[in-house]
Design a protein around this ligand. Structure first.
Ligand code: FE2
Length: 310
């Protein structure tokens, strides 16, 4: 895969080694499509979902963005048991044209962007900390000492990402990112594998610092949707934050000045696409957008940044 090419990596700042050792990565030629077998879900798996959901429910109600709050309220995502893809997918389809595509795990970027371009969102059907999850990786360790792993799970995919697909602007934006990723990979501009790899990493950085780990300036406009007013300067919209209790609490503690672990930086598209990330720990930085509209505008206006020619 093109991602192995490192010739232009010296251009990135904050470069972290990124190994996904041991994780299965599914490509086009693999059996990556699955059916959610809802009747096989165990009480323990429902309990894990419920514990994760309830732990985050109130805190997200207070600190997540309006798009998220509206999305989660409009979908049948249960708090006490696994979500049923068949109940959720038609509602999103009806609203923004996206549908859920159950997949076996982590997809390579070629497949991922191609699927997104078709307005399909890949979702996994197993949950962290469950015997089924452990069984998948019974012969290897894919976590660091603190238990972090980049292996996707149903909680991250459904609880954190999927609510945003109910928002028309976001849904169009995400499909466009898919098309752009696909355009980079098929390399119609004949830039060659090294530059394709570099440009793909730029797009991955963009995705990471925006819809995976981004925050929005809190202007108080979403408080009417909350039970308690948001009392920090930021709203959370990154799905990597939303599905993590530790990451969400880290944002709140840092925003309240109770921790100095991470900093909040102004969003600058040229900076974020050149800033690599470490997915094995809490983020040391969060980029702050003024509004979702500002982030979309920056993206649509600066697509040429993803076709660096060397
Ligand atoms: Fe994600």
């Amino acid at each position: 895969m093109a991602i192995d090419n490192k010739k232009y990596d010296y251009l990135f700042s904050n470069l972290k080694t990124q190994t996904i050792e041991g994780i299965y990565i599914f490509g086009k030629d693999d059996q990556y499509l699955i059916n959610q077998n809802y009747s096989s879900i165990t009480n323990l798996e429902n309990q894990i979902w419920s514990d994760l959901y309830i732990n985050l429910e109130l805190v997200l109600d207070q600190y997540s963005s309006k798009e998220y709050l509206l999305g989660i309220k409009s979908l049948p995502i249960p708090r006490d048991r696994f979500p049923d893809f068949k109940a959720i997918s038609p509602i999103i389809k009806n609203s923004t044209g996206w549908s859920l595509l159950p997949v076996a795990g982590f997809l390579d970027e070629e497949l991922f962007f191609e699927i997104n371009a078709k307005k399909q969102f890949p979702v996994t059907d197993i949950i962290r900390k469950s015997p089924r999850f452990d069984k998948k990786y019974h012969d290897r360790t894919i976590k660091n000492e603190e238990g972090y792993t980049p292996e996707p799970d149903i909680f991250h995919d459904i609880q954190a990402h999927v609510p945003f697909l109910m928002n028309k602007e976001f849904a169009e934006f995400l499909a466009d990112v898919g098309r752009l990723g696909h355009e980079i990979i098929v390399d119609t501009r004949k830039l060659g594998p090294e530059l394709v790899a570099h440009n793909l990493k730029r797009l991955q950085n963009f995705a990471w610092w925006t819809y995976e780990f981004g925050v929005i300036k809190n202007n108080g406009n979403a408080d009417s949707y909350r039970r308690n007013n948001n009392d920090i300067d930021y709203e959370i919209y990154g799905a990597g934050i939303i599905s993590s209790c530790d990451e969400t609490n880290n944002i709140i503690q840092c925003a309240k000045g109770k921790s100095k672990r991470s900093k909040f930086l102004p969003f600058d598209i040229e900076e974020i696409i050149m800033t690599r990330y470490d997915f094995s720990n809490l983020q040391e930085r969060y980029y702050v957008i003024d509004s979702m509209e500002d982030m979309y505008k920056a993206y649509y206006k600066n697509k040429s940044l993803f076709f660096y020619e060397g």
